[in-house]
Design a protein around this ligand. Structure first.
Ligand SMILES: Nc1ncnc2c1ncn2[C@@H]1O[C@H](COP(=O)(O)OP(=O)(O)O)[C@@H](O)[C@H]1O
Ligand SMILES: [Mg+2]
Ligand SMILES: [Zn+2]
Length: 286
């Protein structure tokens, strides 16, 4: 040990002795600080809970589920925002019928508010032309999502829901590393290999130390007006077995409902009933 190193060590020990912390504790704190990639949000954001909505593939109704969960939370009196992290397939503004451009000031951009007062930020509210597809590369996309955290003035929110891009790629990794995500809601449909999706999501969640709150199966069945029975159009999924084995609760089984498609298409997702989402929201606010 050189003289300098010895002096440094002594100084460190004096500080430790004064702070009343054990050396191991301080080392642990230093480690945690280094391992944490958490990014500080905008100064104008005060967000209590961040929840991510994930799916295996696109087109299973993830955005519809995110929107409906937000709506159900809002109807319970919570202040809610949606961060549309699906940069290459953004659909949240369309579901709510909101348009940009988001109002920007030096400190950041303000989310656009839906009719019901849900705060929304999406690439479609930033880019001048929402018809132009985003053809950025992975790191640029991940950077844009990060900016929705750092450069958006969310204000006071009880819940920020993140509509994730499908799968377990770059963006989910960035989101889980950079944002303080508290839990994940997984959306599946009976058309998919549910076991694979659940296992992938579970692996990612456990790697990131985030809990999976539960699974919502969309397009689960069709309630027939003719015979009054529930037809399982896509066949019976093995969701119950998979969720039982994984110890993750099923929070809802949503029917195929033509009015869902209709109201989503006309930007009126908030007018749909939120009854089917009560149990899921109960699990989120637990
Ligand atoms: N339960 C449902 N019944 C009928 N149509 C639905 C249902 N869920 C979603 N849809 C429709 O399916 C399409 C895809 O839904 P979306 O939420 O955008 O999927 P994702 O975000 O997973 O890509 C939308 O046009 C939506 O209106
Ligand atoms: Mg979507
Ligand atoms: Zn029938």
């Amino acid at each position: 040990m050189t003289e300098e190193e010895r002096l440094g060590k002594e100084a460190a020990e004096r500080v430790l002795a004064r702070s009343g912390k054990k050396k191991e504790e301080v080392e642990k704190e230093e480690n945690e600080k280094q391992q944490s990639f958490l990014v500080e949000g905008n100064k104008g954001s005060h967000i209590k809970h961040v929840i991510a909505v994930m799916s295996g593939k696109g087109g299973v109704g993830k955005s519809y589920v995110t929107a409906s969960l937000a709506n159900c939370l809002k109807n319970k009196g919570f202040k809610v925002g949606i961060l549309d992290a699906d940069i290459t397939g953004p659909s949240i503004p369309k579901l709510f019928g909101v348009k940009g451009p988001a109002y920007a000031v030096e400190e950041g951009s303000y989310p656009v508010e839906s009719k019901g007062g849900i705060k929304i930020m999406s690439i479609n509210l930033i880019l001048p032309d929402e018809e132009t597809p985003v053809i950025w590369r992975g790191p640029v996309i991940a950077g844009a999502v990060k900016q929705f955290w750092t450069d958006v003035i969310w204000g006071e929110l009880d819940y920020l829901l993140i509509d994730m891009p499908p799968g377990t790629g770059d963006v989910p990794l960035t989101v889980f590393q950079s944002f303080p995500v508290e839990g994940i809601v997984l959306v599946t449909s009976p058309q998919q290999l549910v076991s694979m999706i659940v296992n992938k999501a579970r692996n990612m969640a456990s790697m990131m130390g985030i809990r999976i709150i539960g699974i919502i199966e969309n397009m689960s069945y069709f309630e027939c007006k003719k015979c009054g029975e529930r037809h399982e159009i896509f066949g019976k999924s093995d969701l119950d077995a998979v969720s039982g084995a994984a110890g993750i609760p099923v929070l809802a089984k949503l029917p195929i409902d033509p009015s869902v498609a209709e109201f989503c298409d006309k930007g009126d997702v908030e007018a749909l009933s939120d009854d089917e989402f009560e149990k899921a929201v109960g699990a989120i606010i637990l």
